[in-house]
Design a protein around this ligand. Sequence first.
Ligand code: TZP
Ligand code: MG
Length: 391
Amino acid sequence: MTPDNHNGLRKKTQEKLFCYFCGSRLTEKQIEGRRRLFCSRCNRPIYENPLPATAAVVFNENREILLVQRNVEPKIGQWCLPGGFVELFEEPEKACLRELTEETGLEGEIDYWAGNALSDSPVYKSVIVMGYGVKNVRGQLKAGDDCDNAVFFKPGADMPPIAFRSHLKILENALAGETMRKNARAGTLSLDLSDPGCFGAYVITSGLHTELAKKACGAGARVLQYREKRANRGEMLKIACEIRKITAASNTLFIVNDFIDIALLAGADGVHLGQDDIPIAEARKITPPGFIIGVSTHSLTQALEAEKQGADYIGCGPVFATPTKENYPPIGPDTVKQVIESVHIPVVTIGGLDLDNIPLLRKVGARNFAMVRALQKNTETVIEKINQEII
Ligand code: TZP
Ligand code: MG
C-alpha cells in the first residue's frame, strides 16, 4: 500500500496540477473530512475517484489460467490477468470481454462475478477492478494491445507472479468458487418457477436415498429433495454428491433438506428450510444468485410470511396426518385452498399424500405433491401417474 504523505493524501507520482474546468493552478483544502484538490477560481473541490477497470479470469480445458505480459506501465514486463479500463457509458461486463479480445484475440461470455478489488496505482492513483469469470472462450490466442505475450499457465509454481494485488485477489476468488460452480449446473435449471405447477410429483428421499433417486429420475421426476434427519454430515455429503450426479443426468432439480452447507458443497440447486431453520435473508447471504430456497409452512400466515421473505416456493402441510411429521396437526384441504389462492409462488402440498387422496387436492387447485412414504413402493408408477395427471 502506498504511504500517506504529510497532507494526508496518498503519495503520488502524477499530481493533477490544473483545474480541468478553468485551467487555474489547483491548491489543496480540507473539505468534507479530508484534504482534497481545490480550484480557488471555480471555488470548488476537484473530486477524485478510483478508476473503474475489469479483469477476466479465463481457464482452458486443462484448468490453466490465461495471463498476459504487459508492455505498458504500470508494471511493464510483468504478468497479469487480461482486462482494462471501462470506457464511458460502457457496461463493465462488455468492457471485460472487449479488453479480453483486444489483448488476447479470444472471445467469450461472462460466466460469473469474481469480486471487486481495489489497487493503488502510481499512474492512476486508485483503480477499482471488477473481476469476471469468462466461459465458452474461442478464437486464436494472440497477444494484442498492451501486451507482448498471452499464455495459459497452471496455477501454482509454474505461474509467474501476478503484477497487481487486485488481480491476485480476483483470481483467488475465482479459484475458491470453482468447486461450487463445477458442481452447480449453472443455467441448466429446467424448471420455470413462475409456473405454479412446475414441480408435479415432488420426490422426497428416505431410507435408500440413491436407489430411490435413480428410480425417481428414471421415471422423469422434475424435482427431488434429499431429506436425512439422522446420518452424520460427512456421510450426508457423500450421498448428496451421488444424488447430484444422478439428478444432473436427468435434468432433475436437486434440493437438500435443512443443510445449506451440504447443498452448496454438493452443488445442489437449492435448499429446503423449516420454520426453525436459518431465515431466508441470512441464507441468501451465503448462497449464489438463482439458488432455490423452499420453506415449510403450516398455516396461511406462515405461507404469506415465507412469500414475503422471498421463498422461491413453499411446502404446505401436513395436509393429512402423517407419522413422517409427527406433532404437527393436519391443516386439511381447505387451508391448502386458501394458501394456493393467496400466494404467487409454487405451493407444494405435503403430508399423508398418496394416489388415493391426490385427486381431492387437485380439486382445491393443488398441482405439486410431495411424498415420502407413498414413494417407497411403486416409485416410478406413482411419479408417472402424477406427472401425466392420470390421477
Ligand atoms: N413436512 C410436512 S409433512 C412431511 C414433511 C416433511 C412428511 C410427509 O411425509 P409423508 O410420508 O409423505 O406423509
Ligand atoms: Mg427441516
